[in-house]
Design a protein around this ligand. Sequence first.
Ligand code: ADP
Length: 393
Amino acid sequence: MATVLVINAGSSSIKYQLLDPDSGEVRAKGLVERIGEDSGRVEHTVGADTTTAEDPIGDHAAGLRTVLGLFESVGPDLLEAGLTAVGHRVVQGGPHITEAVIINDEILETIDSVSTLAPLHNPANLAGIKVASELLPDLPQVAVCDTAFFSDLPAAAATYALDRQVATEHGIRRYGFHGTSHEYVSGRAAALLDDQQAKLVVLHLGNGASASAVRAGRPVETSMGLTPVEGLVMGTRTGDIDPAVIFHLHRVTGMGVDELEDLFNKQSGMKGLTGHNDMREVLQLVEDGDEHAAAGLEVYLHRIRKYIGAYAAVLGGLDALVFTAGVGENNPLIRARTVADLQFLGLEVDAQRNEEESSEERIISPEGAGAAVLVIPTNEELAIARQAAALVS
Ligand code: ADP
């Protein structure tokens, strides 16, 4: 038996899973929260048992040390579990990391060199890698980048119409994110449809949200760009917006770049429109008759439908629409309303199939529909574990 430890280090948190890449069995999982704050928290779950500890956690090193301590005291024992690699989620891999890679000094430098493109994510990812390399020095550390799947987007889709020299000098292009999820989900969809050539639109609708168009297993478009701000309306991010809004706000309010970045990333999207980033709360407000929530939901759905139409055009047709992530996997209302006006693309849902609660991969369109509608639960940890295991085997 072999296992991989998957680490997703954020600015103040570390999420981890120890899993068997073949069967997908999760042997343990957990979360370190509020790193660097007055009160830290660690949660370590093995089977049905969760151990929690509340202590200040100074930095990522202290957090991971606590986690390794829990593996020793609570289990499972990492040696006995056959740990073969540590897989790290890295948000921005830049133009040169195009697949999962074993981390060495050169890769570390590459990830560091593109940190300016992902200042909210890459420094934390790097901290996780450095700490894991120090604490588990005998294991190969593997980086799986959110951008890798989209690294061969067609040039026409990846290029912004910006001064070519400026763009080249500063690496300004559309990189795309959530790539590990889009790759995994589109692969599972093609398998479920038994059609490796399928033209797919994948909607990853979580707190962050993105769409991709995938043909014959390769991405041809995706909604996120240089950063994860572009594209769909998200929990707290604007998605598509005229960049001149930034110039204008700067001129009329004097807001600086950090304030504007915070506004666009953390105070906008559903939170900006309705006061809530959590879709369950937004839907509850809609039910209660809140007009801002209802109007915000229309903006959210309009943007998604606009992308489906655009991507059908880019693909030259559509075999299936695939829903994934928190909202996409769990909410029948959003799924039904997304496809409600799209019968001309062959899209419709079967009411009973759509409303049935399930955590399985499933088809929710009626028999004989022009295009299939699927729900495929994403599993980024498993995808990272499989890519890491394949590299080190
Ligand atoms: P993250 O991007 O943080 O990984 P997830 O994929 O877990 O996010 O998705 C989180 C989002 O999914 C939240 O907005 C949450 O409200 C939403 N969500 C989860 N379950 C449901 C549900 N049954 N109905 C509507 N939204 C849901």
